[in-house]
Design a protein around this ligand. Structure first.
Ligand code: GUN
Ligand code: ZN
Length: 440
């Protein structure tokens, strides 16, 4: 197979940056080369060295002066909510009942599901996101359509059919047995097929009976390597209602703990309003609190105390995500801009190195997938994003006075969106520039 040699400014993180001056936390190569063979990065280094080492017939693509990073990772979003974005509601529960549940009912129709799946991956690629952790609808066919499209595009995705058996319209309910059986079938049919990963996905405690939580627990025991995803402590009314449904639990987090759902591969969307006891419990379990800034602001859910959770004596693991369609942008750049502002409002600093670490290696570590994605290390899958910090006239003007890499990253985060994504590579193949050109 012909190799590909990319040329550009390479940036990849080695660990979480401790400060803006922590240059040891990342590798930056001004005139870098990235050699790709069969979907994987085989070498990263100075362009001149790689050019000398590459086969003579390698295809060379020059992305200078742009930055080349590992593709962005979005650790929480909802595939059936593409047409829910921008729905006017006072709060989470009104938004779910008025717009979100009715929209998800439409995913019973396979033609609709298949159409939205194509748009979903188009949109991720347009925004430089190469891995996402998604909720499908309750319908098994929605997960089938999701994974079939992901496989067709050779993407690394994590997703699950939501399990929900109460407090939603009839058309969105399964049963404990159905949720269990269908999740098992989806695991058998899709987990490990291509780069697909199946996640056990009880939507949240409000929409699952204790019997369904037991079914989720049984799945977690049978498949201990799988990710588990659910929602936790997003909104104060939600918390009160949830606790009233599980009176034996000491708090919201304890509900999931009681059903054995807290482990190192558990992703808890939002987790905004945690008590110290709950934060300790998450820390002890090694579970991940997934910050969804645009969603938290859009739905008025609250200000996630990210920095506070990170610097506790018992730190809580953190990931970042869009939460489409409670979230208002597919862009991880827009997401980190809002994450920055949420910390500003709490008197905390989130520096641009930390932001770009979180979108790439940080999220990969949260998913325990950092051996495959999230860095430019040789052996990794060649999922990449190429960033243009002068993508718009206003950005180009600001770039005239930008002097450092950190300033450039901060500009990308503050003003960037899909226009700043010059290219997205999926397993070594240019994908953004091919959108709309593929056979449908
Ligand atoms: N809690 C339960 N379901 C959802 C959802 O679809 N979106 C958000 N933001 N929170 C939820
Ligand atoms: Zn969500």
């Amino acid at each position: 197979m012909t190799m590909t040699l990319l040329r550009g400014r390479l940036l990849s993180f080695k660990r979480a940056p401790e400060s803006l001056s922590d240059t040891a936390s990342y590798a930056y190569i001004e005139d870098g080369g990235l050699l790709i063979d069969d979907g994987k990065i085989v070498a990263t280094g100075d362009y001149t060295d790689l050019k000398a080492a590459a086969p003579a017939d390698a295809i060379e693509i020059d992305h200078r002066p742009h930055l080349i990073l590992p593709g962005f990772i979005d650790t929480h979003l909802h595939f059936p909510q593409m047409q829910v974005i921008g729905s006017y509601a006072a709060n989470l529960l009104e938004w779910l009942n008025t717009y979100t549940f009715p929209e998800e009912c439409r995913f019973v129709e396979s033609a609709h599901t298949e159409r939205i799946a194509k748009h979903f991956f188009d949109e991720l690629i347009r925004h430089g996101t190469t891995t996402a952790v998604a909720y499908c609808s309750v319908h098994k066919a929605s997960a089938d359509a999701f994974f079939a499209e992901s496989l067709r595009r050779n993407l690394c995705m994590v997703a699950g059919k939501v399990m929900m058996d109460r407090n939603a319209p009839q058309g969105l309910l399964d049963t404990p047995q159905m949720g269990y059986d269908e999740t098992r079938q989806i695991i058998a049919e899709w987990h490990g097929k291509g780069r697909n990963h199946v996640a056990i996905t009880p939507r949240f405690a409000i929409t699952s009976t204790p019997a369904q939580m037991e079914a989720a627990q049984a799945l977690a025991r049978e498949f201990p390597d799988l990710h588990i995803q659910t929602h936790l402590s997003e909104n104060t009314d939600e918390i009160d209602y949830t606790c009233s449904l599980y009176p034996e639990a000491i708090d919201y987090t304890d509900i999931y703990a009681r059903y054995g759902l807290l482990g190192r591969k558990t992703l808890l969307g939002h987790a905004i309003h945690l008590s110290e006891r709950e934060a300790d419990a998450l820390s002890d379990a090694g579970s991940v609190a997934v910050h969804c800034p645009t969603s938290n602001l859009f739905l008025g859910s609250g200000l996630f105390p990210m920095k506070k959770l990170m610097r506790r004596e018992k730190p809580v693991r953190i990931a970042v995500a869009t939460d489409i369609g409670g979230g208002s942008s597919y862009s991880m750049l827009r997401t980190m801009d809002e994450a920055y502002k949420i910390q500003q409002l709490q008197g905390e600093r989130l520096n641009p190195l930390e932001s770009f670490y979180l979108m790439t290696r940080g999220n990969a570590e949260a998913l325990a997938l950092d051996a495959r994605i999230g860095t430019l290390a040789p052996g990794s899958d060649a999922d990449l994003v190429v960033l243009d910090a002068a993508a718009t006239p206003a950005m180009a003007l600001k770039m005239e006075v930008v002097k450092t890499l950190a300033e450039e990253l901060f500009l990308l985060q503050t003003m960037g969106d899909d226009r700043a994504i010059a290219e997205t590579y999926v397993a070594g193949k240019a994908a953004k520039s091919m959108l709309g050109k593929q056979e449908r």
